[in-house]
Structures are given as structure tokens and as C-alpha cells.
Unconditional design. Sequence first.
Lengths: 458, 475
Amino acid sequence: MATEFRLPELGENIEAGDVLKVLVAVGDVIKADQPVLELETDKATIEVPSPVGGTVRSLHVQDGQKLKVGGLILTVEEGSAAPTAMKAPTKVEAARQTDVKADAQAPVAAVAAKKEEPRPAVKAAERPAAPPAPRRAPLPETPPAAPPPPEPEIPRVAAPASPSVRRLARELGVNIDEVPGTGRDGRISEDDVKAYVKMMMMTTPAAPPTGAPLAAAPLPDFSRWGEVERQPMKSVRRKTAQHLAQAWSTIPHVTQYDKADITELEQLRKKYEAEAEAAGGKLAMTAIAVKVIASALKVFPQFASSLDLAREELVYKKYVHIGVAVDTDRGLIVPVIRDADQKNILQISVELARLAEKARNRKTTFEDMEGGVFTISNLGGIGGTAFSPIVNWPEVAILGIARGRMEPVYINGLFQPRLMLPLSLSYDHRVIDGADAARFLRWVVQALEQPFLLPFEG
Amino acid sequence: MNKESSSTQVAVVGGGPGGYAAAFRAADMGMTVALIDVEVNPGGICLYRGCIPSKALLHAAYVLNESRHAANWGITFAPPKIDIDKLRAWKDGVVRKHTGGLGQLAKSRSVRYIQGYASLTDARTLRIEKNGGEPERLSCEHIILATGSRPATLPGFPKDSKRIWDSTSALELPSVPKTMLVVGGGYIGLELGTVYAALGSEVSVVEMMPGLLPGVDRDLVTPLAKRLEKTFRAIMLNTKVAAVKEENNGLRVKFEGEAAPAEERVYEAILVSVGRKPNSAIPGLDKTRVEIDARGFIKVDGQRRTAEPTIFTIGDVAGEPMLAHKASHEGFVAVEAIAGHKAVFEPQAIPAVVFTDPEIAWCGLTETQAEKENRTIKTVRYPWAASGRATTIDRNDGVTKLLIDPATERILGVGITGVNAGEMISEGVLAVEMAAKAADLKLTIHPHPTLSETVMEAAEVFFGQSTHLYRPKKK
């Protein structure tokens, strides 16, 4: 018996992904739960296993293609019997050669006859110098008609839809070729067009009045100035662009800067470095910062809140899950450390190492990235003196860490070399006042400068 | 110099099937509309000197031919007496009735019909010269140019000869010449040649291409060509007229080419039917941004808007195919675009009909085009020899074929040759527009016995299971 295997539900809000690699071929014998393809969804790459075993009879996906939930992946012939290829019924004679000249114009079917050209009117001199005013109001410079849609490029075989459905799509501003048809062999109905429009409206956040929507003004032709290459946006890039554009355009951002003297902390870090390594972690500044922030959020709970504009409420979270931005070859990924407040720095460093490894191996799951209340982005490993991070909506604050460096600090009448760590806190000014932000960041600085405070106050 | 002055939202220049359809639609959508044409009533070439009068005469020709054809079934008539004046009057009556009706329709819709010649003063102003009276200055928010086309002429033919006709003069039915040469084996020449042959002329056709109806799929032309070989005195293919000289008793013609007769021939009349040219030399067009392409067509976008945003162009003057029904639909698109709708002219199929006997009709993709574009298609043919209905009318000279996309089994094109092919093609147009599949035509019950069954049976041929046509299965 043949079983169709379609892409199952993958998680909340995941509707589609890019097929990275198809792992089986037609004719392969597969076992139940054997992965058949690698799918890159919004932020995670997953292996999709087949629920049944058998022989792969047909394959409906290929590398690089977009696959929606419910999309047909393959057909499996259950049992070991060799598949019998379904042959299409014999079709009748092929196109016959014709001897006609192909360059002739398609003839037309109406008899028509002579019509004289409209006669030239009068000589220019006879035209009145000042034309009489028209009865109607002056005509506008630009006629009040819709601008012409771009000339449609007629595909070799047009989308399977009736003229009225094609017209509806045009009226709604939808390219009929992009509408998935639910009818037999993908036939597109009026309802399909409406559903597509609805889907587009739900997945594309409404452009805020002041923000820059993702779809921007038309680009110039870059090739005029030199060679260019175009690459499709990967799933991660698409999601990042969409997410950050929305955060940037909806959140009134302010960034607070400060510096922490981590001379003592660095000595402690070096002292315990080996211990962390033995446990499988890396005692990085990020791990320490996660612990410091977890403590700070206990003192300043509004920094772990979210703004519910619809209900005009602030949502305070009683859990402390902290996201850490990880740089991967596919782009930015933010896995989350759960209950950071209940873990010690050693545990956090081990977990961080594990999550980073997972992200770089494209194994991050949706669960790994959900539920953060605050994000830390540490670019110190690369360098830089300071930067302004963008709040990871629906969170309300984010801490940026740049590279620590030795600086002369005036202490007790003397300049002394101290290791200073530049910090920047971007926050949602709708939720957090500037004074609170300054207090929060001061608290973080002091915690780093006097690690003793952590167990004491945090 | 106190010229009459007025304004309108939409002015349509040219009252043919594109122009009047656009004007009526605009009025139905609530716009104020002016329609300008030189004739007393709307109708244009199609009604006055094209589709309608030629079809009236072709109907007469059909009846004449059928009366002779009836001898096959034991019915004979005395040779017909043809009263050419009465026939002409009847044809003129058909035209009058139809154009008069359009005039009434314009009135009922409050479309202002202006009889006169229009020229452009600028992108929003027309100057209309009327028969007598001051010229009118008409301010327009939008102008739709629907000036149509005219018969192309050949150089080297005697000028002002009463014996040299174009389609317009031939449709006036001045006389029935004993001998007639049709120059150009396209649809106009073959239709009018058919009329005059039925009325008693000895008709010869000369065509410089290797076949009649250049551009049409050969298998569709073959049944017609076979019949015309009997109807016409001669069909000279790959042949041209080298010289024409007017003499007292006719026109002396020298031919050159493959089928050229050795000696010169004399004809009482010559019908020149070598295509049509767009009427784009509209006075004052140079005062606008409207652009014209190398072949003389006005350049338009998908909405039929020209490079001048206030000016739209539809019909023959906007490009091939030069067909009345294409013009009307372009008119609807232009008017809807003016009204602010996102209308675009993008039909999947525009039907074309040659009203000869048998008729030839096709729509969508043709084999000729598929070959040119190197497209893979499956073509299936159902010969009318297997049609019961065709046999009952003693006209098995026909074929119905479908062009099918092998991947999707969609109907991409339909071609029909046979009696009434022009009426039958609409099913094909609907199939192509609706993205119907071969199975859809096969599963649609067609009434028996009709010629329309051939469409269904052609679809059955695709599946190797036509009821009335047995073809051994291919391996």
C-alpha cells in the first residue's frame, strides 16, 4: 500500500521551511523514523523523519525548495515489494510536422475594409490663441486612474485558474502564479485567492506609520556601477530581517552606556577557568554576565517584562530565561538559558558551550530559542568600543558587551591601569524610564566590579 | 473663430467594435462619454465594410452552394437567378439595421455621438471637424484611440482603376465580373473569393507564400484548400503578380513564380487583399508623448495605456491580432483602468475564424507557434469522417484538434476546420481560459448528434479511447 508523507506540524507559528537536503532517493528502502530530509525553518534546522518504512516510490521535493506544512514530501510503498512505476496512459500521436512558414503573421478572422484616416484638421495658425475655458473644473495634471500594473509576463503554462479568479487576484494585488491551489492538480479557486491574501496579511506585520517596512522603495540598478551577484535570503536572514525591522520600528529605543572595572573579576575568572574547562564549559564573560543579569532582573523586574498594548498591561515574568546571541555561519541565533537565576556560573558556562555548539551545528530546536525574557549580545570577542543593540521584541531590554581593555583610571590621586568593560543597555522607553535604565546598568557594573554583591543582593 | 467648446470624461475616437464597446462600458460605469466617428452611426469597419456585410454575402454564397450540393441527394434546382441589386440592398439593409441599432444604444446610454473627424490639440484636447458648422474643441480627462486599420495596397498597380478593388469596393458588390483575380490568399481574399465564385465569377488566387492562409496550421487549411481547388479556377502558390496593365476589356496580368502561367492573363477585376495597416497617422498625435512602433502600431501597456498617461489605444491600431472581439475586450480593459481598476488585457486565448466554406477556427496555442517556440505538446485530431453529424450534412471535410500540455494535460489550444467551426470554437476558448484538462472535455457530455461532439471525441483520442475512432494502441 502506498502512503503519502506530508510535512507535519513543526511547532507554533512554523508554516514552512527551506529544504536543505533530501536524504533519500526514489527506490531507497527506508525504515520508520529514518530522516528523509533536512529542513531549515525560521531559526532551526531539523531532520524530518518518515513515520513509516518501505520503498520510496516518488519524491516530490528537491534541495533548496520551499516546503509548507502539509506539503507532499514523498510516497512510500509499504512492505518490501519493489515499486512498479505508474506509467501514464499511452497518448496519441505526437505533434505532426507542418510545412508552414512560421514567420507569417497570425491571420485574423474578420473581413474588414477601407476606412479613411481621420482627415487632418486645420492649420496651426487657425488654432485659437487662448482656448475657451472648459465647463468642467480644470483637469488634474495626473489622471485619477490607478497606475498600470507591470506588464504581466505570461508563463509558458499559465496558472490553473479561471478568468474570473485571475481577475480577482489582480484586483487584490496578488500574483496568481504564487497562489497555492487546493483543487485537483493545484487548481486555484476564488477561496484559494482569498485565503492567500489573508495569509499574506497575517504573516506580514502591518507597516507601522513611522517605521520602515521590510519592503522598501525600489532599488537602483546596481549593475550600472559594476558586477553584482544576487542570492536569495535564507530563512534565518528573512526572519531576522523581519523581526528586527519590526522591533526597530515599534520600539522607541534608548541606549545607556557604562563601563565596568573588571580587573578583579578577570583575576577570578582566570583562577577558575581551568575548573570550568574541566566541566566542559568555558568561563567567558558572557557566562558571568548571564548570572549578573539574572540577579539584576530580580531587583529590577520591569526589565524582564513585556508590553501588552492591546490590553494596556505590562506582563511580568516570574521566570528568568536569558537569551544569548550566537554568531553562526547562517546568521544570528539566540538560544535561551533556562532559569539562569537557579544556576551557578559554572553550570551556565557549560550550558552556554553546549547551546553554542548546537547552534553552529544547526541543531538548535525551537524550544531552545523560546521563552527568553532578556538578551545578552557579547561582541567583545571580536572587538569594538561600544555598540547599540536592538531590543529583542517582545522583550524590553538587551545588554551589549564590547571588548574590555586596559585603561588609565584615576583612583586615589593616581592614574592606574584597570581592565574596563564597555557595556550598553538598549531598552524600550515605553516601559523603562531613563533613570531606571541608568540604575539597572549601574547595578550590573557594580556587580561585575564587586562579585561579592551577587549572592548578597541578587 | 468662435469655436464650440465642451468637455467630457472619456472621448473615444473611432466608432468600431472597440470604440463603441469602450464608450458603452464607460457610460455604464457612470462616466460622461463622447464617441467620435465619421459615419452616421457607430459600427466602424466591422459593421459598415467588414465582418457584417461579408458574412451576409457569405451566407448567400453558402445557400447557392448548398442548392448545388443537394444534387448529391437527389434534389436539383433550376440554375439560380441572381438579382445583384436586390442582394446588395439586402446586405445594405443588414448593415443599416445593425448600425442604426448601435446609434439607438448610444442614445439610450447618453453617450454623446459626434459625427466628424477628430484631431489632437494636446494630450487632453480633441478638435472635431464636423460636416458643416464650426469645429468643436473637446476637453477630455481621457482619450481612447480606436482608429482601426485600412487595407494595405501594392505598388505597381494602376491607380484609380475601377477594376482594381480592395475589400471595401468588393463588399459594395458593384458587379459580378466574369473573371476575377484575388491577390493574396489570406482570409479576406478567400472569403470574398468564395462569395464571387458562388455568384458566378471565375476566381483565381495568387499567393506568394507556399500555402493559403499563411501562418495557420497546415492540417487545418488542407480540407479548405481541397475544396477551393474545385471552386476556384486556379490557386497559384509561390507566385507573384509581376505587372498589371489596364486594357479596354480588363486588366492584363503578368505573373512570375512557381505556378505562373506562361502567357499573360486578362481579368475583369482584381481584388487586392494583402493585409491591413494600422491607422496611426492621427493628426496631432505628434503633440503628445504617444509612441508608434516600427510597424505603425501605437505602443501600449497591459492596460492599453500609451506613453501619454491620458491616452489609451485599443483595437487594430494597438497591435495584432486585428480582430473585432479583441478590440472590444481591450476597450473594456482601458475603461476599467480609467475607472481605477487593476484591469489588464491578458487573455489566454483569442479566437480567430476564417469564414470560408468550410470554416477554419482556432484559439490559444497553434502547432505552428509551438514548433517555433520549441514547446513540447501532444496534438490529437478527430477527423470529421468519424462524425455522424458531419455525414448527415454530407460534409465530412473537417477536423477537430486539441493541443495538450503533456505534463498537466491542460488544453493549450484548439483548432477546428469544418462547417460551423466558427460557432464551435467558443468551447475551445472556454476550455483554454478555464484551464480545462483533456479529461474535462472528455467527461463533459456533448449532445448527439452534433458537430460539437468532435471536441469531446478528440479529448477521448488523447486517452486512446475514442468511441467512434479506433486507433491501435502504440507501444
